[in-house]
Design a protein around this ligand. Structure first.
Ligand SMILES: [Zn+2]
Length: 145
């Protein structure tokens, strides 16, 4: 078994519209993310490297200094008010740590698929997103790419 582990830190804004506490107001977090990918034997490129660690890190860094929103947050979807390049639209009902973890997971699967398409290799992918010192959410799933 082989395993890749990559850590990254990123700063974002978000708000939980409809939340009955202070999280409904725009606020920021310094998130810490870890992506761990394991498989029996990673495919290798021409330099005998597997998946570029920097590309995995970039999936998380793409969120850096962005406002994380969902489509229902009309204020942040209005390009007359907010520059679209500063906004990342997540799936779901809120830009929660749960949805941030799934967002990263889906992009890591897509990244592997772009580098090694159609290999039929099963990867166990774990995405750990730490929203605060005390709160983490983990997505752990097998993806066959
Ligand atoms: Zn928050």
């Amino acid at each position: 078994m082989e395993k890749i582990i990559v850590h990254a830190k990123f700063h974002t804004g978000h708000r939980q519209l409809g939340y009955p506490g202070k999280c409904r107001f725009v606020h920021g977090h310094t998130w810490r993310g870890t992506v761990a990918i394991s498989t029996e034997a990673f495919p290798r490129d021409a330099l005998d490297m597997s998946i570029d660690f920097g590309h995995i890190k970039q999936v998380m860094r793409d969120l850096d200094h962005k406002m994380l929103v969902v489509e229902s947050d009309a204020t942040f979807m209005d390009p007359a008010l907010i520059e679209p390049e500063g906004v990342v639209v997540m799936k779901g009902k809120g830009p929660s740590v749960e949805n941030v973890a799934h967002h990263v997971f889906e992009r890591v699967v897509a990244l592997i698929g772009r580098q090694y398409p159609g290999r039929g290799i099963a990867y166990r992918i774990e995405v750990i997103i730490q929203e605060t010192e005390n709160n983490c959410f983990v997505v752990e799933q097998t993806a066959t790419v």
